[in-house]
Design a protein around this ligand. Structure first.
Ligand SMILES: [Zn+2]
Length: 108
């Protein structure tokens, strides 16, 4: 969890440092667009995508590779979890081990 927070903080720092004002030419007119007109929509859009993706991923049941118990992950951790295809790294709430969990085929 600390690694993820660190990575997110680094990404935010890179985004802040790369922010500058930009110039827009709209037909014959020339506009200077301030940095916040770029940053605020990007942040809002990123938050919406993060929340929707997290809720969508967390709506599926996953199987722990060690104890074979099924569980629903937290949506905020599902949105940033490492994955290969449909297998995602989650911490099992039963045995507390981390591993690639596959989606359960059983119904909700
Ligand atoms: Zn487990």
């Amino acid at each position: 969890m600390k690694k993820k927070i660190f990575l997110i903080a680094v990404l935010i720092c890179i985004m802040i440092l790369s922010l500058t004002s930009c110039q827009v030419n709209w037909f014959d007119r020339h506009y200077d667009v301030p940095w916040w007109m770029i940053a605020i929509p990007v942040v809002i859009f990123s938050l919406i995508v993060w929340i929707v993706a997290g809720k969508c991923i967390a709506s599926k049941k996953y199987i722990c590779p060690k104890c074979n118990k099924t569980f629903y992950p937290e949506w905020w951790s599902a949105a940033v979890s490492i994955h290969i295809n449909n297998n995602r790294v989650f911490k099992c709430p039963n045995c507390k081990t981390k591993g690639f969990c596959r989606i359960s085929k059983e119904d909700k």
